[in-house]
Write a protein that binds this ligand. Structure first.
Ligand SMILES: *Cc1c(COP(=O)(O)O)cnc(C)c1O
Length: 434
């Protein structure tokens, strides 16, 4: 399979190069040259396949012979080596719990697949590789865990001081070994700017082999299709109509993977893009005007994105035609007070604890089902409530328990290097580390 750059269609590269490079010329995103359809027999009979086989079938056409099939099978089965249950919340709404992975975030799946592919591709590289990434919380932990203790790879994570939750911070800072955490006296945007400057700095690139692990990498985007298939396998056990699927969205990689799976043949009734106050896409779906904005801070902070980078891929999936897109995807914007109200109501009525991102999705799906009676669906549960304890505990008036699996981590010591949002400080760190 070849991938072309959405900003420069002449630039075509293979899976390996796209995984290593991340993005193309002019910061363009890569996109598969063809969309391989699922075999009808496979999609109709998902319950006859193991989860590992489903994951392998989902990914193999995108990789071709660039990774031998027995290694790809191992990579996909390690990537989904934890529970991904579809649970009923009430009669009409279920939740696909994507947060039972090593860092309790759905990003474990994309990051886990990508880190394994990257380390396979770089195995015989002489030079040490440095993965450089800025995080607002969840990305960093998932990436750190994915690359932890891999030979020949260092990971440098920049995060904004005092702006990630305690669990998130421990996941970034307590691993040690080849994982370096830089605590930046600034915002997430400052972190991202520093990373961008490093990627374009000649001196650094002459001395280090830098690569990124951000969410636009195809090796993080494509494996997210897998759990839509695993959800449908479970859905079909009790339901006979296709589901409405509601995805809490920020950069739109997650929902875009679902739409890709749908275009390949996965039966779905409808998609809902659930956003917080950052409503660029819901507005676009109303008005056809795409107006990126500066992000505003909300309780569902992993979705505080004002210019969603994966949206160009969704447009491409619909051949840049507005009407078919609007027909398949609806957008909702849910504010913080509605988010808190939803967490509180769902806890009271259904004894289910939502965290802010999943609550945005629950509220959006509830509205859609009210407007479209007779349908049912599920939300994607993208993070464990324990990663956002403040908002959740305020809403339900109860302390949430830290799961046993986090106990050891929370007792570990935090190790960071503090820097100012000053490129010279990052540069010195990177060059000295080497
Ligand atoms: C990253 C993230 C999202 C948004 O996913 P996108 O693919 O960027 O749309 C939603 N919820 C949580 C908890 C996240 O960490």
């Amino acid at each position: 399979m070849k991938y072309y750059n959405l900003k420069d269609r002449e630039e075509k590269i293979d899976f390996r190069t796209a995984t290593i490079k991340g993005q193309g010329k002019n910061k363009g995103l890569f996109f598969p040259e063809s969309i391989p359809p699922f075999k009808e027999d496979f999609i109709q009979n998902l319950n006859q396949y193991s989860d590992e086989e489903i994951a392998y079938q989902c990914m193999k056409d995108f990789i071709g012979n660039e990774i031998p099939s027995e290694i790809l099978r191992k990579i996909v089965s390690e990537t989904i080596s934890f529970d991904i249950p579809l649970k009923k919340i009430n009669d009409d709404i279920s939740v696909l719990e994507l947060f039972h992975g090593p860092t309790l975030a759905f990003k474990d799946i994309g990051a886990g697949f990508m880190s394994r592919c990257l380390s396979y591709f770089l195995e015989n590289q002489q030079k040490k590789v440095t993965v450089l990434v800025a995080t607002s919380g969840d990305t960093g932990g998932a990436v750190a865990h994915g690359f932890y203790d891999l030979p020949g790879i260092d990971v440098v994570i920049l995060y904004p001081k005092n702006r990630v939750s305690p669990v998130q911070e421990k996941q970034l800072t307590a691993l040690g070994k080849n994982i370096y955490a830089l605590e930046v006296n600034g915002s997430f945007d400052d972190c991202q700017n520093l990373v961008k400057q490093a990627f374009s700095n000649e001196e650094i690139n002459n001395q280090l082999f830098l690569t990124s692990a951000n969410s636009i990498n195809i090796a993080r985007w494509l494996p997210q299709q897998i759990y839509y298939l695993l959800a449908l396998k479970q859905w079909q056990q009790t339901e006979n109509k296709a589901p409405v699927i509601c995805v809490p969205s920020g950069n739109f990689g997650n929902i875009c993977a679902g739409v890709l799976a749908h275009i390949r043949g996965l039966p779905t009734e409808h998609f809902i893009a659930a956003c917080n106050a950052n409503d660029v896409i819901p507005t676009y779906l109303e008005t056809q005007d795409f107006n990126p904005k500066k992000a505003v801070a909300t309780l569902s902070n992993a979705m505080d994105v004002g210019d969603p980078s994966n949206f160009v891929r969704i447009l491409e999936l619909f051949n840049n035609e507005f009407n078919p897109l609007k027909h398949k995807i609806s957008g909702y914007s849910i504010d913080d007070s509605k988010t808190i109200q939803t967490i509180s109501e769902v806890y009271k009525k259904e004894h289910y604890i939502l965290e802010p991102h999943s609550a945005v999705a629950f509220s959006a799906l509830e509205q859609y089902l009210k407007e479209n009676p007779g349908k049912k669906g599920f939300i994607l549960g993208t993070a464990h409530p324990v990663k956002f304890p403040e908002a959740v505990e305020n809403a339900i008036n109860t302390k949430i328990e830290i799961p046993l699996s986090l106990d050891t981590l929370m007792k570990k010591e935090k190790k960071t290097v503090e820097i100012n949002p000053d490129f010279e400080e990052l540069k010195r760190f990177l060059l000295d580390k080497n």
